[in-house]
Design a protein around this ligand. Structure first.
Ligand SMILES: NC(=O)c1ccc[n+]([C@@H]2O[C@H](COP(=O)([O-])OP(=O)(O)OC[C@H]3O[C@@H](n4cnc5c(N)ncnc54)[C@H](O)[C@@H]3O)[C@@H](O)[C@H]2O)c1
Ligand SMILES: [Zn+2]
Length: 363
């Protein structure tokens, strides 16, 4: 199956299915065969788990650059090493990159593609559930020691090839993390879909066919939003639902302490509590959602390790701050997001409410 992404700057497709790697790349032949060198960027964990499958199914000769696992590949040092590798391999403007990995590999590769000789084409080959989100939409970045994703570019890929067989080796924690972004896509688009997700007995053990449907729906939501607003001036902000408070906890925990999606799950509960104050979200629903998260082993108690003041410091560093004001994505109702400015004292009150609610739910 193919899902089109039609942004102002670029048209491309997301190929999704099980066992599609070879056939998708064969249909992309025209784009790829013009290149002088094909370079696959991956990380050590992905390569260990999936090298065999990849080399058996990728139908062209390639060079491979294996990077440190996960978030570590988004450092300035690795960004430089990646460029060095390309220069040493005598890559040119006619070379082509492939991001074979999760969101971290995808973000790094996209940014290298955006900057090497002022831009060369690249294709995303996501290997995590989370990357159904990050591989689509062209946000690329590396981390600065003072903050995550602070250096980057909007740079769209030529295609996204999402072979779900690659998910087989994913650790449970990463499945849980990725499913939070699927849940986010449901929250901002479709109540029926969200209810279905909340009724699944185990979010980390959904079954291939159902998972495929959820991922397709998630990609469709993302593709539609990105097609309307490529560079986040309007509706693309909605994709940050749960991310303002979530990023603060993720940062406080130190990157790696909490998986991105685990932090976003807590951020979504916080955003629901805020939403109750202005729209049609009931406390009953927020509590049900928190119970659902707890049942599925999202580490909600992590919040207890930080004071509100700790978190507020990180909140004020959020990229979404405009003119010094904190903005949150809230829900009028499930599927109807909007953006609202929230002051410090209200943030603090709702933080207290969150801790109270989690105390009850996590008994
Ligand atoms: N660009 C965007 O729009 C966007 C959106 C959301 C998140 N992100 C970024 O994505 C990153 C998180 O992505 P992620 O959750 O995919 O994390 P990740 O890329 O760090 O992968 C998680 C871990 O799983 C390993 N792994 C990946 N695929 C595997 C597989 N198939 N088998 C075994 N191990 C595997 C990785 O080596 C890593 O240790 C963050 O850096 C975040 O900033 C970007
Ligand atoms: Zn996210």
């Amino acid at each position: 199956m193919r899902i089109p992404v039609n942004t102002k700057s670029h048209f491309y497709e997301v190929y999704i299915g099980s066992g599609i790697l070879r056939s998708a790349f064969e249909s992309l032949k025209e784009k790829i065969q013009k290149a002088d060198t094909l370079v696959v960027f991956t990380d050590e964990n992905v390569w260990r788990a999936q090298q065999k499958y990849f080399t058996e199914n990728f139908p062209y000769p390639f060079e491979v650059f294996v990077m440190p696992g996960g978030e570590a590949c988004k450092s300035f040092k690795n960004f430089e090493d990646a460029h060095t590798f390309l220069i040493e391999k005598q890559c040119s403007r006619k070379s082509f990159l492939f991001a074979f990995g999760g969101g971290a590999v995808g973000d790094l590769t996209g940014f290298v593609a955006a900057t090497f000789m002022r831009g060369i084409p690249y294709i995303q080959i996501p290997t995590t559930i989370l990357a159904h989100d990050s591989a689509v939409g062209g946000k690329t970045a590396i981390n600065h020691p003072l903050g995550k994703n602070l250096v980057g570019a909007f740079y769209q890929p030529e295609a996204v090839v999402y072979d779900m067989n690659l998910l087989d080796s994913l650790p449970t924690k990463e499945i849980r993390s990725g499913m939070a972004e699927v849940i986010k896509h449901a929250m901002i688009s479709d109540e029926k879909w969200l209810k279905e997700l909340m009724l699944t007995p185990s979010i980390t053990n959904i079954g291939k066919e159902k998972l495929a449907n959820h991922l397709k729906s998630g990609i469709e939501v993302k593709a539609k939003i990105v097609s309307e607003d490529e560079t986040e001036h309007s509706v693309r902000k909605f994709l940050n639902f749960g991310h303002t408070y979530g990023h603060a906890i993720e940062a406080a925990a130190g990157y790696g302490g909490l998986a991105h999606g685990e932090a976003v799950m807590i951020g979504m509960i916080y955003a629901l509590l805020l939403s109750e104050r202005y729209g049609n979200i009931s406390r009953e629903f927020t509590a049900d959602f928190a119970k659902f998260a707890y049942r599925n082993d999202y580490p909600l108690k992590k919040v207890d390790e930080y004071s509100f003041d700790d978190l507020y410091e990180y909140l004020m560093k959020d990229k979404k701050i405009e003119y010094g004001k904190l903005k949150f994505v809230l829900l009028q109702e499930i599927g109807k997001p909007y953006v609202r400015e929230i002051g410090e004292s209200e943030c603090r009150k709702v933080d207290r409410e969150l801790r109270g609610l989690l105390e009850e739910v996590c008994k």
